[in-house]
Design a protein around this ligand. Structure first.
Ligand SMILES: O=C(CO)COP(=O)(O)O
Length: 250
């Protein structure tokens, strides 16, 4: 049984005081036995959030990292730094980073290796653009991105990676993929992992859906055979909504 994982991607939202207030609102509520609940916040919030969730089952993630441990990389943050803070997860290769910050399949792969080296759970984002979907390229795009992200990983490392399938046209648009369509692509992504490592590794890898997930549709996604969680942007920012998202994965 794969443990469902709900991760909030706060993107560039919330100050430190807003982040701490959020945790006091969701404490004891966005904590459901058998569901992993992770808040992926801006770097500036991470120390205060790690402190605020102490004694709860809520975990804290970052939204990016650099692949080197240290060095002359102005403005960057390393996996070693995140681990030292008490961060447990890190989003890698979000489509916004691929689009606006020149993230490539190659840098995604380097970052996945760096995260695993430091004992961080990588949440690797893959997904197609609207024009790729319309051209019938959805599965191929996901295959190429998944294989590139996993390059050089052992089966044991691969089993610990979380994949987030996020069709780009569904992000922040309110136009979510149907649960059946998302499940079909996610099952396909699992078959790609099986092709690389065999079925038992593929069965261990957790694959989330992301893109306009809300409290009123989260359950539908999680009921599908291959969808193991959700990576949620907008609807993860409000405490009441975040609690419902975690409850929806029960
Ligand atoms: O990008 C996303 C999560 O990483 C999805 O964002 P929305 O939930 O706001 O569509």
């Amino acid at each position: 049984m794969r443990k469902p994982i709900i991760a909030g991607n706060w993107k560039m939202f919330k100050t430190v005081s807003e982040a701490v207030a959020f945790v006091s609102d969701v404490k004891g509520k966005a904590e459901i036995d058998g569901v992993e609940s992770v808040i992926c916040a801006p770097f500036t919030n991470l120390p205060a959030l790690v402190e605020a969730v102490k004694g709860t089952s809520i975990k804290i993630g970052a939204q990016n990292l650099h692949w080197e441990d240290s060095g002359a990389y102005t403005g960057e943050i390393s996996g070693a730094m995140l681990k030292d803070l008490g961060v447990t997860h890190v989003i890698i290769g979000h489509s916004e980073r691929r689009q606006y910050f020149a993230e490539t399949d190659e840098t995604v792969n380097k970052k996945v290796h760096a995260a695993l080296k430091h004992g961080l759970v990588p949440i690797v984002c893959v997904g197609e653009k609207l024009e790729e979907r319309e051209a019938g390229e959805t599965k191929n795009v996901c295959k190429v991105q998944t294989e590139a992200a996993f390059a050089g990983l052992s089966a044991e490392q691969a089993a610990g990676v979380v994949i987030a399938y996020e069709p780009i046209w569904a992000i922040g648009t309110g136009k979510s993929s149907t649960a059946e369509d998302a499940n079909e692509v996610i099952a396909y992504i699992r078959s790609v992992v099986a092709g690389l490592y065999g079925q038992s590794t593929a069965d261990a890898v957790r694959i989330q859906y992301g893109g306009s997930v809300k409290p009123n549709n989260v359950r539908e996604y999680l009921q599908q055979s291959d969808i193991d969680g959700a990576l949620v942007g907008g609807a993860s920012l409000d405490p009441a909504s975040y609690i419902q998202l975690v409850e929806g994965a029960r």
